[in-house]
Every structure is written in C-alpha cells, then in structure tokens.
Design a protein. Sequence first.
Length: 263
Amino acid sequence: LDIMMNLRKVVFALHVNRPKILRLKAQGTHVVKAGDFEPDADVQILTPDVVLATLDKDGVLEMEVCVERGRGYQSAEKREPEALPINAILLDADFSPIKRVNFHVDPVPGAQTPDGEPRERLMLEVWTNGSVAPQAAVGEASRILQDHFNLLTDFPETTPQEEDAERAEARPGTELNDNLFRNVDELELSVRASNCLKTANIRTIADLVQKTEAELLKTKNFGKKSLNEIKTILGEMGLSLGMRLDPEELDRLRSQYERAYES
C-alpha cells in the first residue's frame, strides 16, 4: 500500500502519444527511488528523488508501471481494467500539471484608450509540476475556452427565401392526422428539447411541424441533437418539419378530433 501511495507522488513527462512501460528492479539493502526506473528516451521522471520503498539485505522489488497521457483526475474505480494484465493494480491518476494560478490587472504606463481611460493588462502567474511549461498550459486552456465560446457563435444563417425552400421540400402529400393536436409534452422528448420548445411557445405538434429546421435551430439552447430527436419522432407519426397546413383543413380536423374526444 505504501508503494502505491508513493508512486502517486511521482511526476512523469511522456513525450509520445502512446502508453509506455517502465521497469524497476532492486534488491539488497537499498532505498528505492523513482530515479531507479530503467531509463527510457520517451519518458522523463521529473521527481527522481521520490522514495518508493526501503529494502533490507534480503529484500527484492520488481515492478512495471504503465505511463500514459490523460486529463484531469481519474479514479481507479472508473478506469477500464479489461486491457490490463490479471495481476495489474490500478491507481488513481492525477493528470493535472497545474499547481497554482494567480492573476492581477495592472495599468499600462503611459497608455490610454481613445476615451482617455488608462489601458490595462492582465498578468497571469502559473505554477506547474514541470511536466508542461506554463506558456503551453495557458495556450491549451485558451484553446479549450475558445472551443466553448464557438458554440455560442456558430449559428446557421438563413434567408427568408431559404426558409421558404425548406418548407417546399417538406413531404408534400403527408396526410393530416390526429397527432397534430397532441401536446408536445406527450412526445417524451429529452428535458433540453422539451424546454426549448416551451421557450419558443410551441405547445402542440401542429405548432411544431409548421416550423422549419432553421427556425428551430435559432431557438436558444436548441442544437442538432434535439433537432434529430424531434425529426425521428415526427417521422414515426408520418409527419415532418416545414409542413404547410391549410388553416381551414386544420380547423375542420380539430373539430372532428374534439368531437371524437368528447364522445
């Protein structure tokens, strides 16, 4: 158990994108340290002085450890043991190289905005465990943040003519049916899709099928996954998005539906 806890203190820098096996063999009176692993050109041990075990004159220690890339904290309980040897022991893995972060905003000496306000600059202080440079860590974090913000800006732009074309491409001969007057709550949609429809004030399936894909995608928090979910369910009913419903025919069918429901 002590060896396992000590191994978790060792910091490795893996220079390839595939797992690597490190081997260690020690015997006799010896203080076994992380630096005693056999050298490997693809793996750098950044904490070679971490003590793993202490052996007496009759002691023998042999081990192999698998070093791999990852992100964040991974509990041993949630890792996949199938691909490992039978006698392998899984350890909790902490792949985060960041030890501490600090920031402050300072004025830029002699610099002003066009409005006469002093310009400011953001100063970041980043401490890592040595497995990655602070500049690289900030760069990777910036790319991740940019990817998240792209989700808020990558909306499809459609013209009224394109929306009309979408309606025209909808299945022309779709027969109206009683499903049109059901509440969208009866569709058993995911929570996200259901909330998006409520936000757009779409109450019945008739309201829904008269919307085009482009119109739905403009709804806040409504994405491709919700769109495909709705299209699948409507297809099972013989309906589709972008339908043109004749108001008089819809009223007539609604009256028939209500009379049948009351009887």
